[in-house]
Write a protein that binds this ligand. Structure first.
Ligand code: ADP
Length: 544
């Protein structure tokens, strides 16, 4: 027997219609390349999305056709999020920090028909255009007066297109399982793989993100996503904020610029900000050096890479800001787990609480997780046993775009293998110990590079740290600590290594320290262990 309830489709169109009617006046503030600090509202954004949809339809795009973007976080990119997906096309957000060969690969693989890009990327687009045979239309995201000199044939201006379009576009009714957006993983091994989101997964993910123990968003919030809109949809904020009625503040190209982030937080009264740890290192360094504060900021959501305790402490102790540590991946839309403490943890000592806070947290309804050993047997939730982390859920991918099903390698129960190694404790808090490929195997035992990095980052003279495994004749591999010192002051290697004593088992303590001026990062802002290993390939451990 079927229930007698309305079967409204779970589509992004519904988010748009709801937000336009009920939160239409809420502001969207963006740093832009051509218009300085730009202010608009959800109602105006969606009105312009309708014009855009009309333009794209007029270009002859068919359902499911891909429209690529090379753009930072701002109102125009938000208009594309809705104008493209709600018209039945697929928004392909491209990460401009990828290597040129990867950019060419993914745009050809996606068979993008339109490419919309920020003027700042003009030289990049000009250099690639010859190798992008599927792209029929190039659209530069600015007004006519701001178009840089270029040699792109048939380039069109976004603002001119919108000015000449009508806003009477009639939105189609879409099937909730139809594709809405496409995002390629950064491809640290092999070619990037396309994660193809659906309308349904996106709406459910947005619901899941708003919940109190995840991002906890409400109409009282002003949200600053410092995570790019080309990386896992800015962690879903462009969809979750309109649902909650939260004001959206977007930093444009000024992603890791501490001064801009502070000024946006201050001028817009930002209450919640989201980003990877390196972004917060930049903000905290700016606050430290300038003596400025962030009184409006209530919480930061930190994910994408393990958040060192030192970041959480500095936010909390100096600025009264709570940190929510979160884990996820492009394949999980990305919300996987978030760390919010349970009521039963209120009376724990600071040290006990810190031990929990560095974990990646618990799953919300909509995602489930398990850890398994080499032969696929589920491991106990005792905080000690570790295994490959597998997930399933409404917003987890079950395969990749135009790839054989075997590439995603779901197990017999339909669980997706994350490539991470983790423990889960009795309270359900998951802790990532490593990415499978970064695990350090010493004498047959595993050492967690993440744990060592967290500890190193707690040393007052360490600005950034990474730990990699290097060859060792007796133990197969031993940990090497790579450090960017905070000041030019020389830190003694011995002092750094002694720092670990009593904090981890003696045999975990790295064998040596290498000081560097900077640590390489990936296109998504994480420490690139691949490049670091390559950089240090000639390094040999001291004997002993
Ligand atoms: P990419 O691999 O393209 O940089 P993803 O966002 O898909 O982008 O990366 C997901 C991976 O990032 C996870 O599988 C995990 O290894 C790592 N990660 C994400 N959040 C955390 C976290 N809080 N702690 C440790 N690792 C994390």
């Amino acid at each position: 027997m079927r229930g007698r309830m309305m079967a409204l489709p779970l589509t992004i169109n519904e988010i748009m219609h709801y937000a336009a009617r009920h939160h239409g006046e809420v502001e969207v503030v963006s740093v832009t390349g051509d218009e300085g600090l730009h202010r608009t509202t959800y109602a105006q954004v969606f009105e312009r999305s309708a014009r855009l949809a009309e333009v794209l339809t007029g270009l002859g795009l068919q359902r499911g056709d891909r429209v690529a973007t090379l753009a930072w976080n701002d109102h125009r990119h938000l208009e594309l999020y809705y104008g493209v997906s709600c018209a039945g096309f697929v928004l392909h957000t491209v990460n401009p920090r990828l290597f040129a060969e990867h950019l060419v690969y993914i745009m050809n693989h996606a068979e993008d028909r339109v490419l919309c890009f920020d003027p700042i990327f003009m030289p990049l687009v000009e250099a690639l255009a010859d190798k992008l045979p599927t792209i029929e239309h190039y659209v530069v995201l600015c007004g006519a007066a701001s178009i840089p000199a270029n040699k792109l044939p048939g380039l069109v201006c976004y603002e001119t297109l919108l000015d000449n379009a009508s806003a009477d576009y009639s939105w189609p009714t879409l099937d909730e399982s139809s594709a809405s957006a496409l995002c390629y993983t950064s491809g640290t091994t092999g070619n990037p793989k396309g994660v193809l989101y659906s309308h349904r997964s996106t709406v459910l993910h947005a619901y899941g993100s708003v919940m109190p123990d995840t991002m906890g968003l409400s109409k009282r919030d002003t949200v600053l996503p410092v995570v790019p809109m080309f990386h896992a949809n800015a962690w879903g904020m462009p969809y979750a904020c309109p649902i909650a009625g939260a004001k959206l503040v977007m930093p444009g190209p000024k992603m890791a610029d501490g001064e801009t982030l502070h000024s946006l937080i201050e001028s817009e009264g930002v209450t919640a900000a989201l980003g990877v740890p390196t972004v917060w290192l930049a903000l905290l360094a700016y606050l430290r050096d300038s003596g400025k504060t962030v009184p409006s900021l209530e919480r930061t959501v930190v994910g994408g890479a393990a958040c060192p305790l030192s970041i959480m402490r500095e936010f909390e102790d100096k600025h009264g800001v709570t940190t929510r540590h979160a884990w996820g991946m492009t394949e999980t839309s990305p919300l996987g787990t978030v760390n919010t403490l349970l009521q039963s943890m209120d009376n724990l000592s600071d040290r006990e609480r810190d031990e929990i806070r560095v974990k990646q947290g618990r799953v919300p309804f909509g995602v489930d997780l398990k850890i398994v050993n080499d032969v696929g047997e589920e491991q106990p939730w005792d905080g000690e046993s570790f295994g490959d982390l597998k997930v399933r859920g409404y917003w987890v991918c079950d395969g990749y775009f135009k790839q054989d099903d075997s590439v995603a390698s779901l197990d017999a129960g339909g669980w997706f293998s994350t490539g991470d190694v983790a423990t889960i404790d009795t309270a359900g808090f998951m802790k990532i110990t490593d990415r499978t490929k970064d695990v350090i195997k010493s004498g047959g035992e595993w050492i967690s590079s993440i744990e060592l990095e967290n500890l190193a980052m707690g040393h007052p003279d360490v600005a950034e740290a990474a730990v990699i495994g290097v060859e060792h004749p007796k133990w197969t591999e031993r940990p090497l600590l790579v450090v960017v010192p905070r000041e030019a002051r020389a830190i003694a290697k011995r002092e750094l290594l002694d720092w670990f004593k009593g904090k981890v088992a003696d045999w975990w303590i790295p064998n040596d320290v290498v000081f560097v001026e900077s640590i390489p990062h990936t296109a998504t802002g994480k420490v690139s262990k691949l490049s670091l290993r390559e950089q240090l390939k000639d390094y040999r451990l001291p004997p002993g």
